[in-house]
Design a protein around this ligand. Structure first.
Ligand SMILES: C[S@@+](CC[C@H](N)C(=O)[O-])C[C@H]1O[C@@H](n2cnc3c(N)ncnc32)[C@H](O)[C@@H]1O
Length: 247
């Protein structure tokens, strides 16, 4: 019997910012593989729960790629032994967290897995310091970048990076046309997610040139979030109904 891997976001460090779903997965886990950024208080809590813990964070002199291969293989091996494995990552596992790479690996190897989103540092850390990321009079966009890239790359984000658009459903045709006019390829992948994380979640995939027609045919009335960029194609690799569960 193959076990299961939960790829879990631990939030920014405060144990009270772990989600109920994360806590349930932790309770169920036989073994937990965790990173450096998982808060010390959370690790203390896991020890008190008597969980088997394996530290897999990389040292500063280590190559990320080699370490990642080892982690992928550990996840597979433990699941093949029938274990329930929690892969615990700081913040959200799909935000600068290599969670997507692990999910792709598990999907390729037919290992059942579930992604449990976490409270990302992106929004929680500024909020805890009293900084609203948007403000009706001050800012209507947020640019999230890695500091490992130079500023000149950040300026290209609108053309190359992942773009997340809230409140865009009714203007989707205009948004796509404007993005193409601004220089994004008409074939750029785009996903429209309605009622995300709820039981009635629906995800529509397309490209900048055809998504407006696709969602016009559907009765999309719930709240929607739009994602533009090559990362949208990762979902096509990992969302295998037999092994991937997110709800
Ligand atoms: C590899 S990224 C992982 C991000 C994480 N997956 C997330 O969603 O927050 C690590 C970076 O996130 C930021 N970060 C994460 N937790 C933080 C915290 N509690 N306070 C400040 N910055 C934090 C820091 O910039 C840190 O170097």
């Amino acid at each position: 019997m193959v076990g299961k891997v939960y790829i879990v976001g631990a939030g920014p460090g405060d144990p009270e910012l772990l989600t109920i779903k994360a806590l349930r997965a932790i309770e169920e886990a036989d073994v937990i593989l965790y990173d450096r950024l998982v808060g010390d208080e959370i690790i203390e809590m896991l020890k008190r729960m008597g969980k088997e813990l394996i530290y897999v964070g990389k040292n500063s002199n280590e190559k990320g790629g080699n370490r990642q291969r080892e982690i992928n293989e550990m996840l597979r091996k433990l699941a093949e032994e029938g274990k329930i494995v929690v892969r615990l990552k700081g913040g959200d596992p799909f935000v600068f967290g290599r969670g997507g790479i692990e999910a792709e690996y598990l999907a390729e190897h037919g290992i059942p897995f579930e992604v449990i989103p976490g409270v990302s540092s992106i929004n929680s850390v500024p909020a805890s310091a009293g900084i609203p990321l948007t403000h009706p009079e001050l800012s209507s966009s947020i640019l999230v970048v890695t500091g490992k890239d130079g500023v000149e790359r950040w300026c290209e984000s609108i053309l190359n990076g992942t773009l997340v658009i809230l409140m865009g459903r009714n203007n989707i045709k205009e948004i796509c046309n404007n993005l193409i006019r601004a220089g994004r390829s008409p074939d750029t992948p785009i996903a429209v997610i309605e009622n995300g994380t709820l039981k009635n979640q629906r995800v529509f995939f397309g490209t900048l040139k055809n998504i407006a027609d696709i969602i016009e045919k559907e009765d999309v009335t719930g709240p929607t979030l739009i994602v533009v960029g090559e990362v949208v194609n990762v979902a096509k690799k990992i969302v295998n109904p037999k092994i991937f569960s997110s709800l």
